[in-house]
Write a protein that binds this ligand. Structure first.
Ligand code: ADP
Ligand code: ZN
Length: 614
C-alpha cells in the first residue's frame, strides 16, 4: 500500500497537511527527520504512516502516560494494532503486552523515556526489528525548553546501541533555534530532513481582554459557550482552586487539575473532561501536554503565561479538530508580577550552572509575552512574528482585527496621569506603582492612600468618573508610546523625557482604542445578537444532533471519549453531505475503512431516518 492509500484507509483523510508528506518521505527513504509543527498540526501521522508501511515495529517515545492510552486507543479504533508499556499497567497487562511484542503483534509501541533504563525492556525490545524510532515532544531533551525531562538524554545512547540503527524522527511544537539545535545534538539526529511548517492556526480566533473583574468576565464568557468544551488556564494552584470553586458555585460543569492534587484525583478529573462529563477544565500548565482531546473549542487564560511559546502551546489545544475555536487571554497588569515571581522563585530542574543566563532569557521572553497582551495590531501577526514567520497585514480573525478602532484624543487625561506621577513623587520622595497612581486619580479612600497622605495631592480624584481599567489602559498606552516606563525592580511608574512635551509644551496625545474597551457591555450585546463571521452561526441541524447523540451512545458503550469515534469536524461534514451509501460515507474526511466497517451502518441508518423525513 502506498502512503496515500494508508492515509485514506486507516485515517480517512484524502490529503496531507503541510509538511507531513516531506517528513514521511524522509523516514520512508531511511533518513532521520525533525518536524517542527504547531500543536494540532498533525505530527503523529508523520511516524504512524511509515510505521504502517515498514516491516517490524515502530517505537514511539513520548513523555506522558495519559497521552499513550489515548493514542493507542485511537489507533486500535482505526484498526491498527498498537500498545503502550508504562507504569500504569498491571503485571498481567504488562505480561500480555510483552508477549505481544515478542510475537510481533504490534505495529507501534509507545513508551515513556524512563523505560529505557529498564534492562528487561531493553532485552525485550532487542528481540524485535525496530522499523523506526519516533520521539514526540522532542523539546523535552533540551534544558532550554520548557519541559526538560532528564531521561530524554538517554535516547541517543539507546539508539546507538541498537544492532541496526533505524531512522530516528523527532517532533516538537517549540520553535526557538536554541531548542532545535539541542534536539539535533542531544538526540544524535544524523543529517535529518527538517521541516518547519507554518505556525499559523487559521481556525483559532485570538483575543486579549482586560476586564476589571476577571471572574465575572470568565463567567460571562462561559455562559456564552455553555455547550462547548474548554480549558481555563491559571498561573497558580491557588488560582485554580479559587476559580474552579467560583465556577462550580455559579453552576458551571467545571473540574480542576494541578500538580498538588493526588494522582487519583488528577486522573479522575482528566477523564471527566475527556469524556465530556465536565465541560470546563480549570488547570495550571501541568495539564495538557499530550492531551489529545480534539474537541476543545476554547482555551481561556485567566492569567498570562510566562512566555509566548507556552501561551501558543496551551492556546493551541483548542480547535485541534480544525473547527473554529477561540484563544482568549484575560490580561491584568498584576499578571506580570506573578510571572516575574514564578521565573525568579519557581521550581527548576537543576542544570549546569546556567541558571543566571536562563533567568535573563526567561525575563526577555516574558517581555515579549507582555508585548502580545498590549499589542494594538493583529494578534496573530504578533505571534507569527515571534516565531519568525511572515504574514499579511491583518488576519481578520483576531480580536484586534475584528473590532473597530476609534482614534481618541487623550491629551488631557495624559496630562493628569503624568502630573499625578510627578505630584506623588514630590510628596513622597519616591515613585509608586500603577495601582497607587490609579487609586489617587480615582480618589480612592483606601487605607494605603490615607496612610501615605495622598488625598492631599492636587490630582487626587481628577479621574473619579473613569473606571480603573480605562485609566490603566491609558497608562499602558503612555508606556508603549514612550512617555512612561516601568522601573523593573520595584515596578514603579516613571516619566521619560518625552513626558515633558505633553506636560509643558502642548504636545497632543491620541490613542486608538478598541471600541469594546470603552463599551464592553454594548459590544457583548452586539456579539450575542449577531455572531462574528468567524463563529459558526448556523443552528445545528436535527440530523447533526441525532448523529451527535448516536456518537455519545457508542462512546459510552465502548468506554472511549466521543472524539475517538468521530471528530466534531467529521460529524459536521457527515451532516452536510448526508451520505446514503458506504462509499459516500468513505468520502467524509476522518472516516477510514475500519471505522466505516465498525460504525458505518449505524450512522447510515440514522441518516436514513432523517433522509426519509421522519
Ligand atoms: P499534533 O500531534 O501535531 O498536535 P495530531 O497528530 O494529534 O497533532 O493531529 C491533530 C489532528 O489533526 C488530529 O485530529 C488528526 O486526526 C488531524 N489530522 C492530522 N493529519 C491530517 C490530515 N492529513 N488531514 C486531516 N486531518 C488530519
Ligand atoms: Zn488579526
Amino acid at each position: 500500500m502506498d502512503k496515500y492509500s494508508v492515509l485514506k484507509q486507516y485515517f480517512g483523510h484524502t490529503s496531507f497537511r503541510e509538511g507531513q508528506e516531506k517528513l514521511i518521505d524522509a523516514v520512508l527513504s531511511g533518513r532521520d527527520a525533525l518536524g517542527i509543527m504547531p500543536t494540532g498540526g498533525g505530527k503523529s501521522l508523520c511516524y504512524q504512516i511509515p510505521a504502517l508501511m515498514f516491516d517490524g515495529t515502530a517505537l514511539v517515545i513520548s513523555p506522558l502516560i495519559s497521552l499513550m492510552a489515548d493514542q493507542v486507543g485511537a489507533l486500535e479504533n482505526a484498526g491498527i494494532s498498537a500498545t503502550f508499556i508504562n507504569s500504569s499497567l498491571t503485571p498481567e497487562q504488562l505480561d500480555q503486552a510483552r508477549d505481544g511484542v515478542r510475537c510481533g503483534r504490534y505495529r507501534l509501541i509507545y513508551i515513556a523515556p524512563e523505560r529505557l533504563d529498564s534492562d528487561s525492556f531493553l532485552r525485550l525490545i532487542s528481540e524485535r526489528r525496530l522499523s523506526l524510532i519516533a520521539v514526540d515532544e522532542a523539546h523535552c531533551v533540551s534544558q532550554w525548553g520548557q519541559d526538560f525531562r532528564p531521561s530524554y538524554l538517554r535516547i541517543a545512547g539507546f539508539v546507538e546501541s541498537l544492532p541496526e540503527r533505524p531512522p530516528l524522527c523527532a517532533f516538537t511544537a517549540t520553535a526557538t533555534a536554541r531548542v532545535r539545535q539541542d534536539i539535533r545534538e542531544k538526540l544524535g539526529l544524523r543529517g535529518p530532513v527538517e521541516v518547519v511548517t507554518g505556525f499559523d492556526r487559521p481556525n483559532l480566533f485570538f483575543d486579549v481582554r482586560r476586564p476589571a473583574n476577571k471572574t465575572e468576565a470568565l463567567l460571562s464568557l462561559l455562559r456564552e459557550r455553555r455547550e462547548k468544551s474548554g480549558i481555563v488556564y491559571c498561573a497558580t494552584r491557588a488560582n485554580v482552586e479559587r476559580v474552579c470553586f467560583s465556577l462550580q458555585r455559579a453552576g458551571v460543569e467545571a473540574t480542576r487539575y494541578h500538580a498538588g492534587l493526588s494522582e487519583a484525583e488528577r486522573r479522575q478529573n482528566q477523564e471527566d473532561f475527556r469524556f465530556d462529563r465536565k465541560t470546563v477544565m480549570v488547570a495550571t500548565n501541568a495539564f495538557g501536554m499530550g492531551i489529545d482531546k480534539s474537541n476543545v473549542s476554547f482555551v481561556i487564560h485567566y492569567n498570562m503565561p510566562k512566555d509566548l511559546e507556552s501561551y501558543y502551546q496551551e492556546a493551541g489545544r483548542a480547535g485541534r479538530d480544525g473547527e473554529p475555536a477561540e484563544a482568549i487571554l484575560l490580561y491584568a497588569p498584576g499578571d506580570v508580577a506573578t510571572a516575574q515571581f514564578l521565573i525568579t522563585h519557581g521550581e527548576r530542574e537543576p542544570n549546569n550552572g546556567e541558571e543566571g543566563g536562563r533567568r535573563e532569557q526567561d525575563l526577555r521572553r516574558l517581555e515579549m509575552m507582555v508585548g502580545y497582551c498590549k499589542h494594538g495590531g493583529c494578534l496573530r501577526g504578533c505571534i507569527l512574528d515571534y516565531f519568525g514567520q511572515e504574514h499579511g497585514a491583518g488576519c481578520g480573525n483576531c480580536g484586534n482585527c475584528c473590532e473597530s478602532y476609534v482614534e481618541s484624543d487623550i491629551t488631557v487625561t495624559a496630562q493628569m496621569i503624568l502630573s499625578c506621577i510627578r505630584r506623588v513623587h514630590d510628596k513622597l520622595g519616591y515613585y509608586v506603582g500603577m495601582t497607587a497612581i490609579v487609586s489617587v486619580l480615582r480618589g480612592s479612600r483606601s487605607r494605603r492612600i490615607e496612610e501615605l497622605g495622598l488625598e492631599g495631592v492636587s490630582t487626587y480624584g481628577l479621574l473619579r468618573d473613569r473606571s480603573s481599567a480605562e485609566i490603566r489602559g491609558c497608562i499602558e498606552y503612555l508606556e508603549n508610546a514612550g512617555y512612561l516606563f516601568v522601573e523593573q525592580e520595584h515596578s514603579t511608574l516613571r516619566m521619560t523625557e518625552r513626558a515633558g512635551a505633553v506636560l509643558f509644551r502642548g504636545e497632543r496625545v491620541s490613542m486608538s482604542v478598541r471600541q469594546d474597551l470603552q463599551q464592553e457591555s454594548r459590544r457583548e450585546r452586539r456579539r450575542r445578537a449577531q455572531p462574528a463571521a468567524h463563529w459558526r452561526s448556523e443552528p445545528e441541524s436535527d440530523l447533526l444532533m441525532a448523529l451527535r447523540a448516536l456518537r455519545t451512545n457508542l462512546a459510552r458503550r465502548e468506554g472511549v471519549p466521543a472524539y475517538i469515534i468521530f471528530s466534531n469536524a467529521t460529524l459536521a461534514d457527515m451532516a452536510a453531505r448526508v451520505p446514503r451509501t458506504r462509499s459516500q460515507l468513505l468520502e467524509v474526511p476522518g472516516i477510514g475503512a475500519v471505522k466505516a466497517e465498525r460504525y458505518g451502518d449505524l450512522f447510515l441508518e440514522e441518516i436514513e431516518k432523517y433522509a426519509d423525513g421522519k
